[in-house]
Ligand binder design. Sequence first.
Ligand SMILES: Nc1ncnc2c1ncn2[C@@H]1O[C@H](COP(=O)(O)OP(=O)(O)OP(=O)(O)O)[C@@H](O)[C@H]1O
Ligand SMILES: [Mg+2]
Length: 237
Amino acid sequence: MMQPEGPAPAPNSIEVVDLKKRYGHGPEATMALRGVTFQVKGGEFISISGPSGSGKSTLLNMIGALDRPTSGKIFLDGTDISKLSSVDLARMRNTKIGFVFQDFNLISRMSTVENVELPLSIAGVRQSERRERAMALLERFGIAGKADRSPRELSGGQRQRVAVARALASDPSIILADEPTGNLDSENAKLTMDFLEKLSTDFEKTLVVITHDWDVATRAQRVVMMRDGGVERIVEN
Ligand SMILES: Nc1ncnc2c1ncn2[C@@H]1O[C@H](COP(=O)(O)OP(=O)(O)OP(=O)(O)O)[C@@H](O)[C@H]1O
Ligand SMILES: [Mg+2]
């Protein structure tokens, strides 16, 4: 029998191979990614840094299966997600990946606890279990007292903790964060990063954080420096 080359892929690993993304067509087209290659081991914490427009969010959206590349490959746990059907891609996204965004992306007409429950609703988890899991997460982040409030009534730091709790609700193995501290003061930025970092150190989740903030970037094991749609260099911390 034929054996696949090399060792089996580590769980929760990410491998990006010659990834290209073009937005639009013809003279209006933008080459947002021009061939990006790098690997992230399972449980590793890496950051992505670089100038505005260098392709960081585009790259993260591809890894998180929010959008499809123009060419190249993305392996999650050794599965090439660029080959998956839309249904399988959505399933991969909902079960394996948690997202945290700069502007929190919380829904203000829902309560805090309902926001955290959202990924579980999508996954079809029943109401009582959903509530229990969401409340346990809010406890862990010290905001259970705000469960019934609208996110509008929370501080920026509290909102980001709700967003991190929501990202963790479906117990994903890969956490992708796009400027998670961009709208926070330095104290809340540090707190949020402490929570995120713990996911990799204590729970072996793979963590990819886009940041402009060098203090945040250097907390990671490696920093992928992007420029003009490519990897300029990778800095080991
Ligand atoms: N949906 C889109 N349609 C067309 N062009 C896009 C789209 N999204 C991004 N781009 C372009 O692709 C390039 C990379 O954008 P991207 O958002 O990935 O940059 P970024 O590194 O995340 O920047 P920032 O630090 O400002 O968030 C930019 O030139 C941008 O204008
Ligand atoms: Mg961006």
